[in-house]
Design a binder for this molecule. Structure first.
Ligand code: SF4
Ligand code: SF4
Length: 150
């Protein structure tokens, strides 16, 4: 996870500006996202498949084109009211997280593409990266059962 949780004002303002005030929804404290290499080679696709073979693990590409491993899991410091129990000593990655356009304030999904299982990843690869998909099949990293039927 990653977030920057400014303290809410004592009295609610007339209008909250989501670019400067964080409604403590806690969404950004409920997963871990780690940079991974893009699946742009046989090796990269094989690694991406290995990741999503694991239950509860997803991968996604963000709108900047970067790829991430995504594991849904609540941070142990997340309080029931959405605030952080270690706010003043929180990890640097949490401080760097920008509320502007975060998942709690943006209507746009964080993911450009997201894969929760191997079948959806292979189907996307076959459709969007057919040459790479064929190389992966030739190299034996795409099991028969996952290959889309023509
Ligand atoms: S340390 Fe605090 S801000 Fe960081 S993920 Fe955990 S609850 Fe959220
Ligand atoms: S997702 Fe956004 S609004 Fe929600 S707690 Fe995190 S920074 Fe705040």
């Amino acid at each position: 996870m990653k977030t920057n949780l400014p303290t809410l004002p004592a009295a609610p303002p007339v209008a909250l500006d989501p670019s400067v005030v964080c409604p403590p929804c806690g969404l950004c404290c409920k997963h871990v996202a780690v940079d991974i290499g893009a699946p742009t080679s046989v090796q990269g696709v094989s690694t991406a498949l290995w990741l999503v073979y694991h239950r509860g693990v997803s991968i996604y590409q963000d709108h900047d084109g970067d790829w991430f491993l995504l594991v849904p899991t609540d941070c142990g410091n997340l309080l029931p009211d959405g605030l952080c129990a270690v706010y003043h000593d929180r990890p640097l990655v949490c401080r760097d997280y920008d509320v502007d356009g975060c998942e709690g304030t943006s209507a746009e999904p964080a993911e450009k593409v997201r894969f929760d299982d191997a079948a959806s990843l292979v189907a996307w690869l076959a459709r969007k990266r057919p040459a790479l998909y064929r190389r992966c099949v030739e190299k034996g990293v795409v099991p028969e059962a996952l290959r889309p039927r023509p």
